[in-house]
Each structure stands twice: as C-alpha cells, then as structure tokens.
Design a protein around this ligand. Structure first.
Ligand code: NAD
Length: 397
C-alpha cells in the first residue's frame, strides 16, 4: 500500500510503518549518542509503551542501560488494506532494534485497565524476568472499563465551576478562534478521575506486589502535567487536573506500601509536548506552538526522548538527585516553567491570531511533529513506495 497521511481533526487515521521505524531509530540514536548511563534499572515494565512518553521510557533504559523491557499498550495491527496504528508500528520497530542489540523485549497488546492483562504481564515477568526493578506508568486514554464494576468511564476535558473562554488553534487549518467550554458536572469529574487518576496505577502495583514480581528497591514513576496559568482553567484546575491530583496522591500511598521492599513511587511532571494525547486538549496546542518557538530560540527545546533521558540520567540514576518540589514531585518541566520562557509566551498570547500565528508561533514545527507521530516526514523514507502494512510483533512469533 502507498500510505499518505489522512488527518481528521486532531488525529491522523493512517500511519507509516517505515516512518514509524525511522522515528524509533532516531530516538535510539539520540540515546546511544549520550552514552551508557550506569546503574539504570535492568528489568523494566512500561505500561503505555507504544507512543509519546511511554515509548521514550522504554527506549531510554534499554539503550542507555541495556535493560530488558516488557511493554503494554492498546494498539491496532495493520491489515492488508488498512494501516495499523503508529503505536503498533513503533512497538514492532522497537522490538526489532532491541533484539538486534541483544536485548530482551516482549510486548502485550491489550487493555491495561483489565485484570486479564495484568495477569498476563505477571505471567510474562515470572516466566522470563523473575521480577522487575522499575514500573513506568504512562497511560493516556479517553475511557476505562473498571475491572471490578464493569462500568465504562469516559474522561472529559472541561473546566470546573464556570465556563472557560480562551483562544484555541485548529492546527491543520491554522485558524485561531475563541472557544467556550462549559463546566463539568460532578459525574464528569468523577469519571475523568476514574480514567486518568491513580486507581489503576495502584491496582497495577498491588497486583505486581501480591504476585511477588517487584524487586527490592523497585521504583515506579507516573507522569503528570501542571503548565502555566493560562491553561489552568482547562488543564490543572479542570477535570484532568483533578485526575492528576489523584494520581499524585496515589504516589504517596504506593510509596507507603512499597516501604517494606525499600521501593518508591514518583510522579514526574513533564513538559507539554506534541503527542496524540495532548493534541486532543483545547487551547493546549496553541500554547505548545508558542512554547516551542520560545524554547527553540533559547536552545531549550526537548521532545519526549530528551525529557525522559534527563529523567533517567539526571533524576533517577544512582547518585543523581531527584530534586523533588515541595509536593515531592520530580520536575522535568523545569525548563518549560522558567520565568523567562513563560514571560515570553504570556506576552505573545494576547497578540496571537490567525494572521500572526505563522510569525509568533512555531505552528510549522507543531505540524511537522504531529505528522512525525504517525511516521510521516521522516528523512530517508520513500513515501511514494509501497509499504507493508502487515507487520507482526517479533516477540509474538
Ligand atoms: P500517548 O497518547 O502518546 O500514549 C498513550 C499510551 O497509552 C499509548 O502507549 C497507548 O497505547 C496506551 N494506552 C491507552 N489506553 C490504553 C489501554 N486501555 N490499555 C493499554 N494501553 C493503553 O500519551 P502521552 O502524551 O505520552 O501521555 C502519557 C502520560 O504522560 C499521560 O499520563 C499524560 O498525561 C502525561 N503527560 C503528557 C504530556 C504531553 O504534553 N503530552 C505532558 C506531561 C505529562
């Protein structure tokens, strides 16, 4: 099949297998270029390992520390006449590269919220790894079927209390408009917390612990976001922010439970980046476009792989200091939140319109990165050639 991007709103419905493989290789090359990081965890479970921050969290310990990795994700494989999802092709590419480097890498494709997948992962760890030294929790999902009640909760991105009006961008068309989003009701808040809060992370850690597959000194990390005040109404003070607060509180509970095995749960607050999850949030893509321009001009720009490399090498590696904030969270959003960066973004915000978007923001950089998420626009890939949509996971064969 000759595969071209098909963009529908904030999603691209096609993905290019060779482009996704090139994207994964570039991230691996970045990590290799930084050299080995001593003392990284050797057996790592990544939940949500196929795209964005989770994929980077699989690549870094594998290629900076030689880790064996087990990955969990929910992706669609390709069919003869239909492409798979980018996360599927990323995972195929990751496994191929890991195996070529002599590293253990196996993956489970299924609903991480379910008891079944948790038990499959436990069986895999018992059979192949014995225990894991690190568990990275990087799920981003619009819905979760609760394993105990069977209820399917849907998350939403809404403010609390009052309606919120601000600018937003249609990244495809390049138009800046005002958007008004009505406040969430109590049920919507509870549903969003059920999907994106910490309950499932805790269920994972409880299940792994009960099965005896957590190694002494195990570390678990989940990812959060705070961002600047101009997005707080929709993000940090909105439904998703409530879920992130719950996730952050969960870290303390997990740490207490892991005390006997000298384990520790961390929340890492990461930078705003173009991923499939963030492109769905109103207002945030416009903020990211402005942020990218400022951070690139200052030489501070990072993608997922740079962020996660800094997390492992400079905050989590033995001898490194996690530098927690007063709430005990790791802050690798430190460069995004620098006063000079935020002052420039805040100054540009009132000026940005459809007309000024190309000059005031890095909308072009946003679009390039968005397409790259789906394997388009990578150097060295012939997009006019036939590509094989059917790509089995090496570990499944
Ligand atoms: P993403 O959309 O790129 O990745 C989500 C991952 O979750 C994929 O691997 C997907 O397969 C997996 N997944 C979703 N539903 C699943 C299910 N039911 N079962 C198994 N796997 C499932 O998202 P991302 O942006 O990398 O987000 C990961 C985490 O990082 C989230 O907690 C997010 O809030 C946080 N974060 C993101 C940003 C950002 O700007 N993108 C910033 C800070 C923190």
């Amino acid at each position: 099949m000759i595969i071209k991007p098909k963009i529908r709103g904030f999603i691209c419905t096609t993905a290019h297998p060779d482009g996704c493989a090139a994207n994964v290789r570039q991230q691996i090359e970045f990590v290799r270029g930084k050299g080995t990081v001593a003392g990284l965890p050797k057996r790592v479970l990544v939940i949500g390992s196929s795209t964005g921050y989770g994929l980077a969290s699989r690549i870094v310990p594998a290629f900076a520390g030689g880790a064996a990795t087990a990955g969990v994700f929910f992706e669609r494989p390709g069919e003869v006449d239909r492409t798979g999802t980018a996360g599927w092709y990323n995972s195929v590419a990751f496994e191929r590269e890991a195996h070529a480097a002599g590293l253990y890498a196996k993956s489970i494709n299924g609903d991480a919220f379910s008891d079944t997948v948790k038990q499959q992962v436990i069986a895999l760890i018992k059979a192949d790894l014995g225990q894991v030294d690190a568990v990275i929790y990087s799920l981003a999902s619009p819905r979760r079927t609760h394993p105990k009640t069977g209820v399917t909760h849907k998350s939403c991105l809404k403010p609390l209390g009052t309606a919120f009006t601000n600018k937003t961008v249609d990244t495809d068309k390049g138009t800046v408009t005002e958007i008004t989003i009505g406040p969430a009701d109590d049920a919507e808040v509870a549903d969003t917390v059920a999907v994106m809060g910490g309950e499932d992370w805790e269920m994972w850690m409880d299940a792994l612990d009960a099965a005896g597959v957590l190694a002494p000194g195990v570390v678990t990390v989940a990812y959060s976001y705070i961002g600047p005040s101009l997005t707080w109404a929709i993000y940090r003070n909105g439904t998703i922010g409530r879920a992130k607060e719950h996730l952050e509180e969960t870290a303390d509970r997990i740490t207490a439970k892991l005390a006997a095995r000298e384990g520790r749960a961390w929340v890492s607050v990461n930078k705003a980046l173009v991923t499939q999850a963030s492109s769905a949030i109103p207002v945030v893509p416009l903020y990211i476009s402005l942020l990218y321009k400022v951070m690139k001009e200052k030489g501070l720009h990072e993608g997922c792989i740079e962020q996660i490399h800094r997390l492992f090498a400079e905050r989590l590696a033995p001898g490194a200091h996690p530098q927690p904030d007063e709430e005990g969270r790791i802050r690798i959003d430190d460069w995004e939140m620098r006063e000079d960066v935020q002052a420039e973004v805040a100054a540009a915000w009132p000026q940005v319109s459809t007309e000024t978007l190309p000059s005031l923001s890095d909308i072009e950089g946003y679009r390039v990165e968005f397409l790259r998420l789906f394997g388009f626009g990578l150097p060295g890939v012939n997009y006019d050639a036939e590509a094989a949509t059917l790509q089995p996971l090496p570990s499944a064969s």
